[in-house]
Design a protein around this ligand. Structure first.
Ligand code: NAP
Length: 244
């Protein structure tokens, strides 16, 4: 493994858009791949270009929120690596009416979708990584601005991401740019858990049809790169026109 190089941190790298992003970015970047499911994460690493160059970070964001900071700090120190780009794909939802939610589950959704970001940024903005970090992209969701019956807790956790981005863009400039992407429905395991007829209905009436992971990842790649050097604090729909 190369020492002293900068890495891109991808959370949610075991599945869906995060896994697809890992495989795409591995052609050009060294990666830290994070998820709770180590078996799936190892499988994704094996499918990456130069698999031996990429580092796995195992952490359960839902149930081990207190462990995020120490475990990431230790990993970066032990491997002598810094993170210059960070994209947060980790996300959790369950469609339920608000009356049926129990607080421990609300906590889990917010831990994975929002609080883990805060803990990770606390590591990336401190000590030896502070000068390395350049660009952050957080995956929000269209429903954070358009609403979705039965998905209120998830939508609220994504709304928290948007608000975080607006303030941190000011707080962290000019050294770090931070943006969010709000995808519409994209064909991943998360979307495949939605009833098939509803999914097809959304895609059928969408101006640009069905969304694929690379439709989102191409935009994430642009935002993380120097081509977006004058873009910060934005929360952008990537949704084939679904928000119209
Ligand atoms: N697909 C869509 O239609 C859509 C639309 C808008 C926004 N999004 C957002 O896009 C992002 C990627 O979604 P996706 O569709 O690719 O979903 P996915 O296939 O279900 O992937 C979700 C990822 O989040 C990780 N994750 C879940 N619980 C975790 C935990 N406790 N600790 C650590 N990691 C955890 C999963 O890792 P494990 O394997 O460890 O569980 C997995 O890698 C999410 O933030 C989602 O909210 C998706």
């Amino acid at each position: 493994m190369s020492m002293g190089l900068s890495y891109t941190l991808i959370t949610g790298a075991s599945s869906g858009m995060g896994a697809c992003c890992a495989k795409h970015f591995s052609q050009t970047q060294n990666l830290v791949l994070a998820s709770e499911n180590m078996e799936m994460l190892e499988k994704v690493r094996c499918e990456c270009t130069r698999p031996e160059e990429h580092v796995l970070w195992h952490c359960d964001f839902a149930n081990q929120r207190d462990q995020i900071l120490p475990s990431l700090s230790t990993l970066l120190e032990e491997k002598s690596i810094t993170i210059d780009k960070y994209v947060h794909f980790a996300g959790l939802t369950q469609v339920l009416p608000i009356k049926d939610f129990v607080i421990p589950y609300v906590d889990k959704v917010f831990n994975v979708n929002f609080f883990s970001i805060v803990e990770i940024l606390r590591v990336l903005l401190k000590k030896h990584n502070k000068k390395a970090l350049q660009s952050v992209v957080l995956i929000s969701a269209l429903v954070s601005q358009r609403g979705d019956a039965g998905n209120s807790i998830y939508a609220a956790s994504k709304g928290a991401i948007n608000a975080l981005v607006y303030s941190l863009a000011k707080e962290l400039a000019p050294n770090v740019r931070i943006n969010a992407v709000m995808p519409g429905m994209v064909d991943t395991p998360m979307a495949q858990r939605v009833e098939e007829s509803f999914r097809n209905h959304i895609w059928d009436k969408n101006p640009l049809g069905k969304g694929e992971p690379m439709d989102v990842i191409n935009y994430v790649e642009f935002l993380l790169s120097d081509k977006a050097r004058w873009i910060t604090g934005q929360t952008a729909f990537v949704d084939g026109g679904q928000s119209l």
